[in-house]
Ligand binder design. Sequence first.
Ligand code: COA
Length: 178
Amino acid sequence: MGLERPLLNLDIRPARTTDAAAILRLHRGVLQERRYFITEPEEFRQSVDDKIRAVRELDRSPNSIFLVARTTSELVGFLTVRGGHLNRMRHTGKLEVMVAESARGKGVGGALLQAAFTWAEAHPDIEKIGLSVFADNTRAVELYRSFGFREEGRRTREYRLEDGRYVDDLLMYRFIGS
Ligand SMILES: CC(C)(COP(=O)(O)OP(=O)(O)OC[C@H]1O[C@@H](n2cnc3c(N)ncnc32)[C@H](O)[C@@H]1OP(=O)(O)O)[C@@H](O)C(=O)NCCC(=O)NCCS
């Protein structure tokens, strides 16, 4: 991690239902950038109750986790790993991560990924973490690579953006404990 970066005093911990409103605000803010996710902001219908349900659901699920990153004053990032529900997929988890625009490039995403791997290594049920990312999302792809994720596929022109541009969907994975 670059030494020139301002240090953030971060607390990484499992999400609580009381984080739901801040998680929703952050999620909506990232979608409003219109750059990184499939859902357009106008299509985003989640409520605080939906986030509360998600926090509870992932908390109850043994192969899932919902982590938040907080500074002393605010929630600046969150990460989810959603474990497969079906028997044949219980060893896999799908990862998503979002950091508030104002807090990017300061190690928050890396700290969340590190905490997710620490959790996964203590949960032998999870053997593989996968994700999908817009192929042009250089910061995210580089961060994932630096954590040992490898490319396992590319869905060409999977998304068509409002300006008519197509984006490939990059599939990446990492085995736990390797
Ligand atoms: C992707 C994201 C989660 C990364 O979080 P972050 O807090 O900005 O990341 P960090 O500061 O921990 O790490 C940034 C890493 O990305 C890479 N990086 C940063 N800026 C980069 C750039 N302009 N080009 C290439 N790589 C870059 C570096 O590898 C850096 O690692 P380093 O710490 O070893 O230098 C965050 O930027 C984000 O939320 N973006 C919008 C939502 C998103 O894209 N989510 C993922 C979708 S799959």
